[in-house]
Design a binder for this molecule. Sequence first.
Ligand code: NAP
Length: 282
Amino acid sequence: MFNDSQFTVITGASSGIGKATAIHLDKLGFRVFAGIRKEADGQALMKEASDRLTPLLLDVTDGNSIAAAVSTVTEKTSGKLLGLVNNAGLSLNGPLELVPVPEIKKLMDVNVLGLLAVTKAFIPLLRKGQGRLVNISSGHGLLAIPDKSVYAASKFAVRAISDSLRVELRPFGISVSCLVVGKVDTAVLGKIVAEREKMMKDAEPEITKLYSPLLEFFDKEVKGLAGISPSEVGKVVAEALMKKKPKAQYLVGPGAKKMKNLARLPVGLRDRLMYKAIYGKR
Ligand SMILES: NC(=O)c1ccc[n+]([C@@H]2O[C@H](COP(=O)([O-])OP(=O)(O)OC[C@H]3O[C@@H](n4cnc5c(N)ncnc54)[C@H](OP(=O)(O)O)[C@@H]3O)[C@@H](O)[C@H]2O)c1
């Protein structure tokens, strides 16, 4: 079933969803180029995978790194790619007033500009392989809720890019799927809590106090909600890469479906429900 044309690149494979997906695809027989930024992360991955897996140094915010990755993949594949999985991403929560602008730029650089630059660079290889593009978005890319303006903006952008490219790349036989992912148990959840603590420490106490109901609501939410395992996302990525007719959108995890249903409500009702949930009044 698998042959030399099963080459797939995945970004952000050092941990979490990217790592679990790289290992899952490797087990299925794919020839995975696993994007990492540190050699040590590549070595760790190789211990858990077959010798089909190749670590690929790839910082999605660095044009030289992207160009070098494209050269490496071109050399090792005779220029044909079955799949590109855009997974690398940062998270950033918090009321906009408390979020530092450099952090906003950093997130947009990875989640949006990096994804665009990597995709653009690999399109010629995907065209030769009549391949598949798989983008990782989030429930926050379907429904923008308070505390998540920056992250939601980036994940709405991932959906927009997927919708646009799906038709643009169709003449070349390239399919585009977008995964709308709910909560997954990865290191990102610890990073969110740590970032939140730093943000509160750096902010003026009287401004933080203004947002305390919001901050308390989302602190409880991030700790309380059960997440799925990252390998569950890997299985859906594999489906998007292997199914004869991959879906335009995959909802992964129960949170994603809930977000989709809430997003369908009239805006006024949705806003009132969210407000009541956070502040306990209409
Ligand atoms: N976990 C969730 O609940 C959840 C839900 C919905 C969507 N998602 C999305 O799923 C994706 C993976 O998240 P995760 O939860 O698995 O988080 P994670 O464990 O923190 O993984 C993030 C990955 O992105 C990589 N990365 C960061 N900056 C990069 C850059 N400049 N160039 C290349 N790679 C970079 C990281 O590499 P380093 O180790 O080198 O930093 C790491 O491999 C993200 O797009 C996230 O938004 C996650």
